[in-house]
Design a protein around this ligand. Structure first.
Ligand code: ASP
Length: 324
């Protein structure tokens, strides 16, 4: 056996802030301190840590997503020995960042996004266990090729399927059509994989981008005022996502506003505000529109931003919403 046979797997932890790095609700723990507080991690892997940012995730932006994804791609390109990357992140926009990475990281190696619901100073803080579990998941052979995953509360979710459901509970992250797996104390167990195209198999290349097209999201509600769409459309938008009622249905005001915008050439996507189930038998509207059958409106916005780099052909956009 060569000496390298005994080497521990290399894992990079990139810290961005959020409650997992917070004291009294403020993200103030720097990356090395966050990781240094968990010497157990050293038994699992050769851990390297870098601080990317120290922000609440409500401050996350598309420009930061691009920077983070490029950083991860560079790390995998530069170090063949690197086994996985773990990102610590606030939970408010964690599902958005995870889905963006799921579409833009170019490696099949595991990327895990992890957060916490309780600050480090709170009784029963969940951050330490979540971080250890995230590293454990990344070391599991079945995690390779599984796309970007989210680990909290001993559950593994696919980035495409996960959403935050509770304002405070540690079981806040739920997953459409069940979790990918669990992180038991003795073993990481995968139950299934995800079959949507992700990471290295997507066509989205971001290396040369510093910003993404401006795409806004407007939620429908009873008696929606079409002037809301007119306002957004006047702001130099490149795409618009409408968060519809169940089944892709929309109010008369939303239909009126979307028609005006679409007739002026704005690409429109409709995604349901209702978290579970798919939009089937897309409703017919008298303007061009694509449907995100089973993505949340926030994730549909991300996919539209990336897709518009490549095309604004409605047929191709529709294919993307069914594939990624
Ligand atoms: N404020 C936090 C954030 O950065 C919430 C959390 O991390 O749970 O999203």
């Amino acid at each position: 056996m060569t000496p390298s046979s005994f080497a521990k797997p290399k894992v990079r932890i990139i810290t961005t802030g959020g409650t997992i790095a917070s004291v009294n609700g403020k993200p103030m723990i720097d990356g090395p301190a966050l990781v240094g507080a968990l010497p157990e991690l050293g038994n699992l892997a050769d851990i390297q840590v870098e601080e990317f940012s120290k922000i609440g995730s409500s401050k996350m932006t598309p420009a930061l997503w691009l920077k983070l994804s490029k950083r991860i791609n560079r790390l995998f390109d530069e170090d063949e020995q690197l086994s996985s990357v773990v990102i610590t992140h606030g939970t408010d926009t964690l599902e958005e960042t995870a889905y963006f990475l799921n579409l833009t990281v170019r490696s099949p190696k595991p990327v895990i996004v992890v957060g916490a619901m309780r600050s480090a100073n709170e009784i029963s803080a969940d951050g330490p266990a979540n971080l250890i579990n995230a590293v454990r998941v990344g070391l599991e052979s079945k995690a390779v090729g599984s796309g970007v995953m989210v680990v909290l509360n001993e559950r593994i979710s696919a980035a495409r399927e996960v959403w935050k459901t509770h304002n405070r509970g540690v079981d806040t992250f739920q997953s459409e059509s069940s979790f990918l797996g669990v992180v038991d104390p003795d073993k990481v167990r995968f139950y299934r994989s995800t079959f949507y195209t992700h990471t290295a198999d997507t066509p989205f290349r971001i290396e040369k981008l510093d910003q993404l097209p401006k795409v806004e999201l407007v939620m429908d509600f009873t008696d929606f005022d079409p002037a809301i769409i007119d306002y957004f459309a006047s702001k130099g938008l490149e795409g618009l996502v409408a968060g519809s009622f169940a089944g892709g249905r929309i109010s008369a005001g939303m239909a009126e506003g979307l028609k005006r915008a679409a007739d002026n050439g704005l690409p429109i996507c409709i995604a349901s505000q209702v978290p579970e189930g798919r939009i089937i038998g897309y409703p017919a509207y008298d303007f061009p529109v694509v449907f995100a059958p089973d993505l949340s409106p926030k994730k549909a916005r991300i996919l539209l931003m990336l897709s518009l780099q490549l095309t604004n052909d409605p047929k191709q956009l529709q294919t993307n919403f069914e594939q990624f």
